[in-house]
Design a protein around this ligand. Structure first.
Ligand SMILES: [Fe+2]
Length: 266
């Protein structure tokens, strides 16, 4: 199976700043290239920060862009999203029985589980009791491959400022215990950090990559401020079979706007 992982589109409408207007353009270029080179992908998953700041016009533009992907596409919210507006405008999200934008997608390689770690009061990630219970229920007695997608990583990445707005530790611990105990979890994909990274957490391989906006510098020290850096945007092309998962990070669409992202808000 081949699928596409896109993250952190940060779409905006109206008169966006140069950095945000660039995000719109890069999203258009990414989608055009994916449609040209990877239209055989089975699906695409977008791991949050669909818009830069929630307003109806931004979500309508996001819906227009996302729906131009020539493959089934599924999305979850990030810290810049608004759950109610996302549900109203985005055909790629689904609401669970508790009102969160969590969903299961059945694919030829198993179940994709999309989680909602957003909280309207903070840029950090949250998983409340209802969401954690939903995850436990979905995994109970499931004995086929599960692929997990979320916005915030459930562990400190070492990116000092971004880790101040990671997933809250208590929820991360419980999620880790649940996922690690389920021997069929194949891979964890997330967004939020605007940087390529991969590794293993509690025995689960993970990967993330750059956004359609500015990227976060590799700063392992400064906690109070996210330094922006110009690096090319990326999407990932994932190849999965019984024996392997290969995540190809693909750079595209060079341009040049460099500046500060300001306080940590990823
Ligand atoms: Fe983001």
């Amino acid at each position: 199976m081949k699928f596409i992982h896109l993250t952190d589109l940060h779409i905006s409408a109206g008169n966006p700043s140069a950095a945000l207007a660039g995000a719109n353009d890069r999203t258009r270029r990414a989608i055009a290239e994916i449609n040209s080179l990877h239209r055989d992908a089975e699906l695409c998953v977008i791991t949050g920060d669909i818009v830069a700041d929630p307003d109806p016009a931004a979500y309508q533009l996001a819906e227009d862009l996302i729906s131009s992907l020539e493959m089934p596409t599924y999305a979850l919210p990030g810290n810049h999203d608004d759950r109610r507006m996302a549900q109203q405008f985005l055909s790629s999200v689904r609401v669970d029985e508790n009102g969160f934008l969590q969903q299961l997608v059945e694919t030829s390689r198993g179940t994709f589980m999309l989680l909602d770690t957003s909280d309207p009061e903070t840029h950090a990630g949250r998983l409340c009791e209802q969401r954690l219970n939903w995850i436990e229920t979905q995994l109970a007695d499931r004995n086929s491959p599960v692929w997990v997608f979320m916005h915030h990583a459930p562990f400190p990445t070492g990116l000092a400022a971004m880790d101040t707005i990671g997933l809250e530790q208590q929820a991360a611990e419980r999620l880790g215990a649940v996922l690690a105990s389920h021997k069929y979890v194949r891979h964890l994909f997330f967004g939020h950090y605007h940087r390529p990274m991969s590794g293993v957490w509690r025995g689960i391989p993970f990967s993330s990559h750059r956004s359609m906006m500015q990227q976060c510098a590799l700063d392992l020290v400064e906690q109070s401020h996210v330094s922006a850096i110009f690096e090319e945007p990326q999407y990932a092309v994932v190849l999965a079979s019984d024996e392997r998962t290969v995540v190809h990070y693909h750079d595209f669409a060079a341009d040049a706007d460099v500046g500060s992202m300001g306080p940590a808000n990823g």
